[in-house]
Design a protein around this ligand. Structure first.
Ligand code: 13P
Length: 254
């Protein structure tokens, strides 16, 4: 997967009407941009349909922030990827560090979700990243290796399947302390090598894209854009303001 992506993770920051307002502004701002279809907006579940309508006649893509690992059944409160597909989500964020931390999501569970998302024709955006203590104790690579291996355990990739692997160091999220893009490049190449070991180097090249998230902003986006190895950005806080997000998309995708 070569096309660069910019993915907005709105988390739980906007209510439905705020989500629609921002989507309408994005539509106007991105109207003539050739890279529209390289932008993915991930609102909360309840805003997906309204945001889809607000973005009509654009090629901006839609993603969800989570899903369940069963398609149907007695699972009170869960959301099936089948329903995400029906509300036009093409992507789903899985294993975000906030879900791993607050909801104790385990790699094994994430692997089941990845599997079902692929079978439903939704592209998983699988998040991995080390916590501050692992970073400080030099355990970054071993943590990532385990997360990648276990979060993709048992996945049988078909040639059409696409997975976005997002490296988001937990200590760089939401605080303005982004990882130096040169270091990002090293980690992404490590991840690619790990993927090649689990699957094959052809699959690592053709079925995966490798992206970064963690305090990406309108100010630092050009530093990331310099490196072709950084195939996409997963943006939190800076995706919530039209001006910041437009600049990020323009600088990274133009
Ligand atoms: P920030 O861009 O706010 O650091 O959030 C990153 C993130 O968690 C995106 O999924």
């Amino acid at each position: 997967m070569r096309t660069k992506l910019v993915i907005a993770n709105w988390k739980m920051n906007l209510d439905i009407s705020e989500s629609v307002q921002l989507a309408k502004k994005l539509k106007l701002s991105f109207l003539k941009k050739l890279w529209q279809d390289q932008v993915v907006i991930c609102p909360d579940f309840l805003s997906l349909s309204s945001v889809y309508q607000a973005l009509n006649k654009t090629k901006i893509r839609l993603g969800a922030q989570n899903c369940f690992w069963q398609e149907v059944g007695a699972y009170t409160g869960e959301i099936s990827p089948k329903n995400l597909k029906q509300v036009k989500a093409d992507f789903v964020i899985l294993g975000h560090s906030e879900r791993r931390y607050y909801f104790k999501e385990k790699n094994e569970e994430i692997a089941l979700k990845v599997d079902l998302a692929l079978k439903t024709n939704i592209k998983p955006i699988v998040c991995v990243g080390e916590a501050l203590t692992d970073h400080q104790k030099g355990r970054t690579l071993s943590t990532l290796k385990k997360q990648v291996k276990q979060s993709l355990q048992g996945i049988k990739l078909k040639s059409k399947d696409k997975i976005v692997l997002a490296y988001e160091p937990v200590w760089a999220i939401g605080n303005g302390k982004n990882l130096d893009p040169k270091e990002v490049v090293k980690i992404l190449s490590f991840l690619k090598a790990e993927i090649a070991k689990v699957f094959s180097s052809t699959k690592a090249e053709n079925n995966f894209s490798f992206i970064y998230g963690g305090s990406v902003s309108a100010e630092n986006v050009k530093d990331f854009a310099k490196f072709k190895e950084i195939q996409g950005l997963l943006v939190g806080s800076s995706s919530l303001k039209l001006r910041n997000f437009s600049k990020i998309c323009n600088d990274f995708l133009s």
